[in-house]
Design a protein around this ligand. Structure first.
Ligand code: ATP
Length: 313
């Protein structure tokens, strides 16, 4: 397969500090790829290199089949940046913003008008299309920003924290829009601190830490890699909690004596649950509540990334 993004052993230093220390990354066409990492892990640096905004010191990086160092012009023709790089002009309306981008991308006047109408419909901007962007809500502005990046659909779209600060409904709408873009064949590189966003949107995720990719996989693969499902038993009093801890005697069970909860690794089958609850009943240590917990991307992030990343730099 020809990957839209192919990065091998990429190195980048600022002064004497190595920020990227041999990064490998492969992103399939039409997929959404999440890039996770603590503050200062090097996500922005990697995106800037791929977007030809800065150079690198070693390794190789290709975007849409072009070398980012030697064929920067071709790479620029294949990419679009949104998010913190927002290009929306506040004093213009959505229609004017879209038409301006279309004209800058050398569409004719008639083509620009037609493309603007198409994008207004697709990104649900009809109600606000002739109002100044300065009056838009956060969600409306994000949708306009995305629409502007799609005037000429890029091969690769960089999205930086696309839903930060949005209410749940606007956030869902932006997520749905991003998925639609990927369905039309656009490859998306998503950088985010928001793990639920990565979980919802990304087909695959790379976790960057200490200048390297320390884990790469689908959200589900990453979650099962760090932890399995856990059965949480909640108690109402310390005596019963203590009796349960003694009765279980499994080294994997972890207890919280303040919250009076016990977490027991479980595969969730009825037989294993029955056995566990029977054992507890015999020991007169039945819990007040039982719930299943699947590992989240938060667990993945906390397990795989070093806590003191930024402090070292
Ligand atoms: P965040 O999540 O906080 O945005 P990030 O993962 O995007 O972080 P980068 O912005 O890529 O991280 O920064 C990686 C490291 O490189 C940080 O320690 C930062 O201080 C350093 N750095 C970034 N740009 C420069 C620069 N122009 N000169 C010197 N150091 C820099």
């Amino acid at each position: 397969m020809t990957y839209t993004v192919e990065v091998q052993s990429l190195m980048k230093s600022y002064g004497g500090t190595e920020v990227l220390r041999g990064v490998d990354l492969a992103i399939a066409p039409g997929s959404v790829h999440g890039l996770l990492g603590a503050n200062g892990a090097g996500k922005t640096t990697l995106v800037r290199i791929l977007a030809t905004l800065i150079g690198y010191d070693g390794g190789s990086a290709r975007v849409a089949g072009h070398d980012v160092a030697r064929e920067a012009h071709a790479v620029r023709g294949a990419i679009s940046l949104t998010g913190q790089y927002a290009a929306v002009d506040e004093v213009l309306t959505a229609r004017e913003n879209l038409t301006m981008v279309a004209r800058l991308r050398r569409l004719s006047r008639a083509e620009s008008a037609a493309r603007t109408d198409e994008l207004v419909a697709r990104f649900d901007l009809g109600a606000i299309v002739d109002r100044r962007a300065s009056t838009y809500s956060g969600g409306q502005r994000r949708r306009l920003d995305l629409a502007m990046s799609m005037v000429v659909p890029p091969t690769l779209l960089f999205l930086d924290e696309p839903t930060t600060g949005l209410d749940p409904r606007s956030r869902d709408q932006v997520w749905a829009t991003v998925r639609e873009l990927a369905d039309t064949g656009v490859t998306v590189l998503l950088t985010t601190q928001h793990l639920e966003e990565a979980d919802q949107l990304a087909d695959r995720i790379s976790v960057l830490d200490g200048g390297r990719v320390v884990a790469d996989g689908t959200p589900e693969e990453l979650k099962t890699q760090v932890a399995g499902e856990v059965l949480r038993l909640t108690y109402g009093d310390a005596a019963t909690y203590g009796a349960a801890l003694a009765a279980l005697r499994t080294p994997e069970a972890t207890g919280d004596p303040v919250l009076l909860t016990l977490d027991v690794p479980s595969n969730g089958t009825p037989d294993s649950l029955r056995y566990l609850l029977d054992t507890l009943a015999v020991a007169e240590a039945s819990p007040r509540r039982v719930s299943m917990h699947a590992p989240s991307l938060d667990d993945v992030f906390l397990t795989l990334t070093a806590p003191t990343q930024e402090a070292h730099r």
